[in-house]
Design a protein around this ligand. Structure first.
Ligand SMILES: Cc1cc2nc3c(=O)[nH]c(=O)nc-3n(C[C@H](O)[C@H](O)[C@H](O)COP(=O)(O)OP(=O)(O)OC[C@H]3O[C@@H](n4cnc5c(N)ncnc54)[C@H](O)[C@@H]3O)c2cc1C
Length: 254
């Protein structure tokens, strides 16, 4: 079985630095692998560890190598980086066309990708790829078992979960309800250094011109969180306690 895992490089959600004048990300903002993609990667490795022979290929569209290196250290066998600046700034339709061209060329039995990315979060790519490749897609994936011929999958729904069965080839969009992604071990990191990353351009995957982008997007705006805490400032402990109790009573908390 061949499993392809898509991983996107995104700004680190815990270290977002916006330029207050332009609202754009400041240069030098750290990047990480999109979190849901790592859940997909973990699910791929878990299938192999459950005894299913599988080649795991991790792929990214973009110039960053840390996300694929992390997946190689988690257990992917090899990586592909589609690193072509003319293709990386497309909208989700253009991005899907590039990824679909690569996937047609690469081939797979199972494709894991994130349910959505933490930066633009369109959640479009999985369903678009399924339409372009004429394959089934299962979204909101939180559980994945394989009996050698069919997959038993669990997907999150609003107030519970749903179980369904799919026969590969299929596209699976991972959520954080799947088992947590492992931290790469030292052995995994050392092994990853010997693994191959193929760097491809558009023409290598049969995309000679960047697909047209129709959606354009504007500045980012992140609302400032105003702290509304109340500080009891009295230095006399008894008085401070009285003030604190009065505050709780006023708010009807006691
Ligand atoms: C702030 C902002 C807003 C945007 N809004 C829109 C919009 O409204 N409409 C629109 O069409 N485009 C939008 N874009 C463009 C969008 O970022 C790109 O099209 C992007 O490559 C795909 O969209 P996504 O990451 O939201 O996909 P999603 O569907 O949210 O991502 C799902 C999964 O697809 C895989 N994936 C996505 N991109 C890559 C990649 N480059 N390499 C490998 N795997 C990948 C990952 O596994 C990811 O978890 C926006 C970009 C920004 C920065």
């Amino acid at each position: 079985m061949k499993i392809v895992v898509l991983v996107k490089e995104v700004p680190d959600p815990n270290a977002l630095r916006l330029d207050p004048r332009t609202g754009q990300l400041q240069p030098g903002t750290p990047t990480v692998a999109n979190e849901y993609d790592l859940y997909g990667m973990e699910a791929a490795v878990a299938l192999r560890e459950a005894g299913h022979e599988a080649e795991i290929v991790v792929a990214t569209l973009g110039s960053g190598r840390d996300p694929v290196n992390r997946c190689l250290a988690m257990g992917a066998d090899r990586a592909v980086a589609i690193d072509d600046s003319s293709l990386t700034d497309g909208d989700s339709l253009a991005t899907s066309k590039v990824l679909a061209a690569f996937l047609k060329d690469e081939g797979f039995d199972l494709l894991f990708l994130g349910q959505e990315s933490s930066d633009s979060a369109t959640g479009d790519i999985g369903p678009r790829l399924a339409a372009m490749l004429d394959l089934p897609v299962v979204s909101n994936l939180i559980g994945c078992d394989f009996d050698g011929s069919k997959l038993t999958l669990k997907r999150e729904i609003e107030d519970g979960h749903q179980t369904l069965e799919v026969t590969p080839p299929a596209i699976l969009c991972a959520l954080s309800g799947l088992p947590d992604p492992r931290s790469p071990s030292l052995k995994g990191i050392m092994a990853s250094r010997k693994k191959q990353t193929d760097v491809k351009t558009g023409s290598d995957i049969g995309v000679d011109a960047a697909p047209e982008s129709i959606v354009s997007w504007g500045d980012l705006f992140i609302e400032e969180q105003e702290s509304q805490g109340t500080i009891v400032e009295s230095e006399d402990v008894d008085e401070a306690v009285d003030q604190f109790v009065a505050f709780l009573e006023e708010k009807r908390l006691i």
